[in-house]
Design a protein around this ligand. Structure first.
Ligand code: SF4
Ligand code: SF4
Length: 422
């Protein structure tokens, strides 16, 4: 009785503070860092990475900027398109960070490659700029914002292939001498957290790759999570260690030597120019937005957009990769045999033991042949032997028959007799 009273009391007490406007707190909320500014700088970009980021679901941008993820500091996002302030009011925080008067830690998120402003400067212009110099009134190149803010940043995160490797603006020709963040900052650069630039490639990257990496870095910054694992090029290792092919929904077709010869077909797209077997990207397994879509899932080939060599190393996109000649020829030959074996196993898996014994499938949906073909019986004999080899599992063995017999006796006695006997 007293226990019951205690329980009731505890429940009432637990409810009371909420009525008084109690805001639940988690242990993880105790981090000394409650807010982190994120300065989004756009260089030579198409804004596709911004679009990708706002489509992220796990976590969403809204969760990051409202601070609703336990343990994670609230993100104060300064984005040239998404922020509600504009002009001088918008630029105020950038100037404060540059002058060291922001009063809170910050990270830089760069979208787009960084052009060589010395080239444009010779003509009195600029390639990409944001805000105006308070003394001269002249536009401030975004490259200079990166130069000035990088020194005090907790982390520099390059988002998209233009920012991570140079991308399309840095392709052959490159009249602006466009380069990546790591090219611009150099190999000796380390952020306040002691990290070289973090790279999330993709044209555009999966939105979740962007927000998940930002969240992981913030957790480390707040002291509530380990430093995420990055590979030798600064990519989040868990996102970029596998190839597209390894996670592709069409990989089974490749293995069985089944290839599409035109768009819209469901087979492997390698002969239409897919580079998936060599490209590191999780787009297909993760999906473009909300785990839906993503290149091969929607019928597109992989053009290697996450790779440092993109676009030149994978162009022309309409031609199949030369290595395909060897791999798809081998795959065609071995695949036809693999495909036969799988079809055989599938046929067997589509029949119950009863149907096989009756040699009939009682389906009203269609006429199904219940007779096992002689070739299947022959292959099945050896297949079953191999399947059970090294185990004690043998259907129809003397031991199984013995067990079945005792079970039959039990059932034959009837339920009441059997229970009474126990
Ligand atoms: S479509 Fe591309 S990634 Fe998918 S199985 Fe074929 S080659 Fe691999
Ligand atoms: S699957 Fe290929 S084309 Fe698609 S996002 Fe990944 S790297 Fe780019």
């Amino acid at each position: 009785m007293s226990n019951e009273c205690e329980t009731k009391k505890t429940r009432v007490q637990a409810r009371l503070p909420r009525k008084q406007g109690y805001v639940p707190r988690f242990l993880l909320d105790e981090s000394p860092i409650t807010e982190v500014h994120a300065f989004w700088i756009a260089g030579m970009s198409c804004d596709g990475c911004s679009i990708a980021a706002v489509g992220a679901k796990h976590p969403t941008v809204e969760q990051l900027i409202t601070g609703t993820i336990p343990g994670l500091p609230k993100v104060i996002l300064h984005h040239p398109v998404l922020s509600v302030t504009a002009g001088a009011a918008f630029m105020k925080a950038f100037h404060a960070a540059k002058n060291g008067t922001l009063g809170a830690p910050y990270v830089i998120i760069q979208e787009g490659s960084i052009a060589d402003e010395d080239i444009a400067g010779k003509f009195g212009g600029y390639w990409s700029a944001m805000g105006a110099d308070p003394e001269t009134g002249q536009p401030i190149p975004t490259a200079h914002w990166m130069r000035d803010l990088a020194q005090g940043a907790a982390a520099v995160i390059a988002v998209g292939t233009c920012a991570t490797w140079g991308g399309i603006p840095a392709a052959a020709g490159n009249i602006t001498n466009a380069m990546s963040v790591m090219d611009y900052l150099g190999k000796d650069y380390l952020s306040g957290l002691g990290l070289p630039p973090i790279n999330i490639p993709g044209c555009a990257p999966t939105g979740d790759n962007i927000t998940e990496t930002v969240a992981s870095v913030l957790m480390f910054l707040a002291g509530v999570g380990p430093l995420p694992e990055f590979d030798e090029l600064g990519r989040p290792a868990w996102m970029f260690q596998s190839t597209v092919h390894q996670g592709c929904v069409r990989a089974g077709n490749y293995e069985e030597g089944k290839f599409a010869d035109q768009y819209g077909q469901k087979e492997c797209l390698v002969e239409l120019g897919c580079w998936g077997p060599v490209v590191q990207c999780n787009m297909v397994s993760r999906g473009a937005i909300g785990h839906n879509g993503g290149c091969m899932n929607t019928g597109g080939i992989c053009i290697g957009c996450t790779m440092p060599g993109f676009p030149d190393a994978f162009a022309p996109f309409y031609k199949k990769p030369p290595g395909t000649l060897v791999s798809s020829t081998i795959s065609r030959q071995t695949g036809s045999f693999v495909s036969y074996l799988r079809k055989f196993t599938q046929r067997k898996g589509n029949r119950t033991e009863r149907w096989q014994q009756d040699r009939e499938v009682p389906s009203g949906w269609a006429s199904v042949n219940g007779v096992t073909p002689a070739a299947d019986k022959f292959v099945g004999f050896f297949y079953d032997k191999l399947k059970r080899m090294g185990t004690e599992f043998t259907p129809g063995s003397a031991r199984q028959k013995e067990l079945q017999k005792s079970a039959s006796h039990y059932l034959a006695k009837g339920p009441q007799t059997a229970i009474a006997a126990e």
